[in-house]
Unconditional design. Structure first.
Length: 293
C-alpha cells in the first residue's frame, strides 16, 4: 500500500504543473521558454543529487548518446512544448492532462511497429475507447466545439512525445539506472531547448521571487520529486498497475483547473474523460499487482 501511495503522490504532483506554468506565462515566459526553464532547473537539481549520492551514475557510453538525444529532444522537448502550449491555449489544465494520457495508446502502436509487439483484442478495444473519449472531449459527438483543432493536435502531440520516452527508454533501461537516464535526458533537452527558446534574454524576470519560486517548483515539485516517488513506487508495484495509479494526474489537474482557471466541465467532457481513463485501466487490467520483495 505504501508504494502505491508513492505513485499516487507522484501523479498528484504532476497534476499541479499548470499552476507553475500559469505563473511563468503571466511573468512573460512563453511555452518554449517554460520548457527551457524546466529542463535546465531539473538537470541542475539532478546533477547536484547525483554528485552527492552516486557519482558513478554519471557515467555513460558514447555509443548510447543518440538514444539520449532521442529521449531528450524528440520526447521531452516535444511533449513539454505541446503540453505547455495546450495549457495556455485551452486556458485550463484538465483537458491537456487528459490528452497527455493518450501516451499509452501511442506506445502500443509504436511498440507494434518497432518491437513487433502483438496488437491484441484488448489493445484494439482500448484504442476504440480512447478515440470515442476524444470525440466527446472535443465536442465532435455533440455538435459543439469544446476545444479547437490546434489545441487537440497540441494535446495529442504531448501524448505522442511522452510516448517516445518509453520507446527510446527501452534501449537504455537495461544499461543504466533510472536517475542516469533521466538526468542525461533532461540535460540534452536543456541543451536543445535553451538556444531556440530565447530564454536567456528573459532571465531577468527570475529576479521576481514569485517567478523564481515557480521555476524551481516546476522542476522540483512537478518533475524531480514525482519522478523519485514514482521510481520508488515502481520498486514494488508492477508497471501496468503503476500507470493506472498515475492516472490520478488528470483528476488533480481537473481540480486545479476548476480552482485556478475556472475551467468549465460539460457532460461531454466528463464522459470523454471517463472513456479515456477507462481505456487506460482496461489496457492494464489483469496484470500482476505487486512485485515480490
Amino acid at each position: 500500500m505504501k508504494h502505491a501511495c508513492y505513485i499516487i503522490m507522484a501523479g498528484c504532483l504532476w497534476g499541479i504543473i499548470s499552476i507553475f506554468i500559469n505563473i511563468l506565462n503571466a511573468a512573460g515566459f512563453d511555452s518554449m521558454q517554460c520548457v527551457a526553464l524546466r529542463t535546465v532547473f531539473t538537470a541542475l537539481i539532478l546533477l547536484v543529487y547525483l554528485l552527492v549520492t552516486g557519482r558513478s551514475k554519471l557515467k555513460i557510453r558514447v555509443r548510447d548518446i543518440p538514444f539520449f538525444i532521442g529521449s531528450g529532444l524528440f520526447s521531452i522537448v516535444l511533449f513539454n512544448y505541446c503540453y505547455f502550449e495546450s495549457i495556455e491555449l485551452i486556458g485550463g489544465s484538465a483537458v491537456p492532462a487528459l490528452l497527455l494520457y493518450t501516451a499509452p495508446i501511442f506506445v502500443m502502436i509504436m511498440s507494434a511497429i518497432f518491437f513487433r509487439e502483438r496488437i491484441t483484442g484488448k489493445k484494439i478495444a482500448a484504442l476504440i475507447l480512447t478515440f470515442a473519449g476524444l470525440g466527446f472531449v472535443t465536442g465532435a459527438f455533440t455538435g459543439g466545439s469544446v476545444i479547437s483543432m490546434k489545441a487537440l493536435i497540441l494535446g495529442l502531440g504531448s501524448g505522442f512525445g511522452y510516448a517516445l520516452y518509453s520507446i527510446f527508454g527501452k534501449f537504455l533501461v537495461d544499461k543504466y539506472d533510472a536517475l542516469t537516464i533521466t538526468f542525461y535526458t533532461f540535460l540534452v533537452a536543456a541543451v536543445g531547448a535553451v538556444p531556440i527558446s530565447g530564454v536567456g534574454g528573459q532571465m531577468g524576470l527570475l529576479t521576481e521571487p514569485k517567478t523564481l519560486l515557480a521555476a524551481v517548483g516546476l522542476a522540483l515539485l512537478s518533475t524531480v520529486l514525482p519522478f523519485l516517488l514514482y521510481t520508488k513506487g515502481l520498486a514494488h508495484v508492477e508497471a501496468g498497475r503503476a500507470s493506472v495509479l498515475a492516472t490520478v494526474e488528470p483528476f488533480v489537474a481537473a481540480v486545479v483547473g476548476a480552482l485556478f482557471f475556472r475551467e468549465q466541465f460539460t457532460v461531454s467532457k466528463i464522459v470523454g474523460m471517463a472513456l479515456i481513463i477507462g481505456a487506460i485501466v482496461y489496457l492494464n487490467a489483469g496484470k500482476p499487482a505487486e512485485i515480490e520483495d
